[in-house]
Design a protein around this ligand. Sequence first.
Ligand SMILES: [Zn+2]
Length: 430
Amino acid sequence: MTRMSLMIVRGECPGGSAIAVEPRGRNLECETDCSGRELRLVESATAASGRAASPKDGSFRPGHAVCPGVWRRAKAGLADAPTSVQDSRVPATRKWSRLLQSVPVGVAVLLAVVLTGCTTTQPGALLKRQGDEIIVAGQLFHTGTRVVTWMDPGGYDAYRVERRFAAFDQSSWETSKVAVAALKTPNRYGLRQDNLTPQQLESVRGGGWELPLLREKVDQFVLHFDAAGTSRQCFNVLHDHRCLSVHFMLDLDGTIYQTLDLKERAWHATTSNTRSIGIEIANIGAFAPGQQRMFEEWYQRDDSGWPRVVVPTRLGPTGIRTPNFVARPARKDPVQGVVQGRTLQQYDFTPEQYAALVKLTATLCKVFPQLHCDYPRDAEGKLVTGKLPDAALNQYQGVLGHFHIQSNKVDPGPALQWERVIGGAKKLLR
Ligand SMILES: [Zn+2]
């Protein structure tokens, strides 16, 4: 293994046209003879002289192996490094290269690696996730907020057929289907098969969705409150007792759980299941005035005078991931409003839930072009507070509540701040 100090002026990924450009005046120390994926040098320069070296230069032969994963900033020479390589020989058509040359070295190297896809692919190398990714047709998308998938420790796996919370020796599907009458099928989810051609059906029946096809089929994001209080309890109810499913759950502390790839048809919103993504937001629910017995059990005011959520001990572990988290509604008093023509009261969701929901909503609206970042509005632009007429629901593409889909549902309730969610998501999308 040899070491040398050099500047990458231009490099090229194998099989690709993308190029990496090392910014002006910065030296990197690279290790050669890397056995990983190689970045072909097209142009380079020595740090010592600053002169540009052509591919024919004896020091830097075309195809010379450089491993971006082991680039290190040389401690010496950063301040007074030569800049002569930023010359007119860089083609005008590569203006983005010049842009890269003007940013700090760390950012530039990161950008170069991201843009070129030139990462180490040595056998056994770990591809690390950041913990904010959602999974859509097998591909990962960042949300900027914590996401625990069904594959992660502490996640909730809606693909499994056994019950999650039953005694282990009673949890098998064979035992569960006898013990719980509602569990009719091992899978609590299905295939988004409406309006597929026979060829498309054949290609996705095994689960292998292409992202472009999925993007054609998904155009609604349905918000629910879970009426269970916590995501752990929500999954217990859906998976172990009701034979239902939902793509996401949003816990009191703002943790998002993804239980299924979005390619799956989760069972959460009847007529909209095929075209929608669903989220159950932890909240005990909305009740008619005078019937809020649940509030007394779930909300207690402490010395601050602000209510806090107290998960009843009868439910066992809360499952909330943030240690010692204190969940408080975003507004102090129960919010009263009308849904489906009924007056209801509900404690608001937590600020942590709003923050996460804003980011997830923006992510989904970006990933799915037909999912518009808006909510059902009346002629004056105000939220529709009941079920949409069938024709309007059929036409609707965007974020909506369960109550917009079914007249027998009131979730996500009168407390949900639609403008906070949609306005926040729109800001992120600008
Ligand atoms: Zn619902």
